[in-house]
Design a protein around this ligand. Structure first.
Ligand code: CP
Ligand code: NVA
Length: 308
C-alpha cells in the first residue's frame, strides 16, 4: 500500500498541525520570492487547472505559483474541453490524474470535486465551489497572522451572504479556535450542515450587522450574489442593502481592526469605497497572499512536510 493521496477539498481536510505547517511555509516561500531567490521543488510536475466558473486571482496565483516552483500548469475550461459536453467526472478524473501530478478544480457543486478526488491518483484542490473556498481562507488567515499575530481567541465579523467564503471561515474558526460573528439578512442564515461544521460553538448570528462588527478584530464580506446565483441578483440587491460594510461599522470594530474581501468587490454594494480603499483594508496583501499560500499548499500536498 502506498501513502494515501491527500486532497484539499474543504478547509478541515487538513489538521491544525498541517495547516500551521503550511502557513509557516507560506512565510518562508514568500520571503524567498521577495528576494528573487529561485525555489524549484516541483520541477517537472504538472498542475492541471479546471475552471467551470470565471477567475482572475485563482487562475493567476495557481498558474504563476506552479511555474515559480519549477513546474508547469495546464488550463482547462468547460467551454473548450469534453467536461462541457457531459463526459462523466469520474472518467475525466481517471484520465487527467494519469497525465498530471496535481489538480485544481473550480466548479459549482462540491459533489463534483468529491467525485473527482474519489478516483484521482493525484492530490485535488478545491479552487472554489458553491459550498467552499478553502484556498481563499488559507490566504486570509495567513494575512491576518502576518499583520496581527495569532488568530486564536480573536473575533472575525462576517457581514452579508452565508456563502462559500463564509462557510470556510466557519470551518477555519473550528480548527484555529477563533470566533465568527455572522450577520446575514433573514433567509440567508448559515446552514451548519452545508457549511460542514462540527457544531455551533465558534460562531454567533446577529440580526444587526453593527452588532456583529462591534469588537471585531477583522471585518470581512463578499459579493451579495455569488457565481451561479445570478438569477437571484435583483432580489438579493434589495435583501442585502442594509448589509454594506461602511465606515460606521469599522468604527465600532476594535481599534486596528482589519478589513478583508476575497475580491472581486462591488463598491457601493457590499462595501463602501472608503472602507475597501481606506486604512483598515488589507485586500491587496490578501490577494497577493493567495500566491504564496497556494505554493505552500502544493508543496505540502506533493512533498509532505518540507522543513526549512
Ligand atoms: N477571490 C477569488 O477567488 O478571485 P477570482 O474569482 O478572481 O479567482
Ligand atoms: N462568493 C464568491 C467568491 C468569488 C471569489 C463567488 O462564489 O462568486
Amino acid at each position: 500500500m502506498g501513502v494515501a493521496v491527500r486532497h484539499f477539498l474543504q478547509f478541515k481536510d487538513l489538521s491544525l498541525d498541517e495547516l500551521t505547517h503550511v502557513l509557516t511555509r507560506t512565510r518562508w516561500i514568500k520571503d524567498r520570492f521577495r528576494r528573487y531567490e529561485r525555489y524549484w521543488p516541483l520541477t517537472d510536475r504538472t498542475l492541471v487547472m479546471i475552471f467551470e466558473k470565471q477567475s482572475t486571482r485563482t487562475r493567476l496565483s495557481f498558474e504563476a505559483g506552479m511555474q515559480q516552483l519549477g513546474g508547469n500548469a495546464v488550463f482547462l475550461s468547460t467551454r473548450d474541453s469534453q467536461l462541457g459536453r457531459g463526459e462523466p467526472v469520474e472518467d475525466a478524473a481517471q484520465v487527467i490524474s494519469r497525465m498530471s501530478d496535481i489538480v485544481m478544480i473550480r466548479t459549482f457543486e462540491q459533489d463534483v470535486v468529491e467525485r473527482f478526488a474519489g478516483v484521482s491518483r493525484v492530490p485535488v484542490i478545491n479552487g472554489l465551489t458553491n459550498e467552499y473556498h478553502p484556498c481563499q481562507i488559507l490566504a486570509d488567515l495567513y494575512t491576518f497572522i502576518e499583520q496581527r499575530g495569532d488568530i486564536r481567541g480573536r473575533t472575525v465579523a462576517w457581514i452579508g451572504d452565508s456563502n462559500n467564503v463564509c462557510n470556510t471561515w466557519l470551518q477555519a474558526a473550528e480548527v484555529f479556535e477563533f470566533n465568527v460573528h455572522v450577520s446575514t439578512p433573514p433567509g440567508y442564515e448559515v446552514e451548519p450542515e452545508r457549511a460542514g461544521l462540527y457544531g455551533t460553538d465558534h460562531y454567533e448570528e446577529f440580526r444587526d450587522p453593527m452588532d456583529a462588527a462591534r469588537g471585531a478584530d477583522l471585518v470581512t464580506t463578499d459579493v451579495w450574489t455569488s457565481m451561479g446565483f445570478e438569477a437571484e441578483n435583483e432580489a438579493r440587491k434589495r435583501d442585502f442593502e442594509d448589509w454594506q460594510v461602511d465606515a460606521d461599522m469599522m468604527r465600532v470594530a476594535n481599534k486596528g481592526a482589519l478589513f478583508m474581501h476575497c475580491l472581486p468587490a462591488h463598491r457601493g454594494e457590499e462595501v463602501a469605497a472608503d472602507v475597501i480603499d481606506g486604512p483598515h483594508s488589507v485586500v491587496w496583501d490578501e490577494a497577493e497572499n493567495r500566491l504564496h499560500a497556494q505554493k505552500a499548499l502544493m508543496e505540502f500536498l506533493l512533498l509532505g512536510k518540507v522543513e526549512a
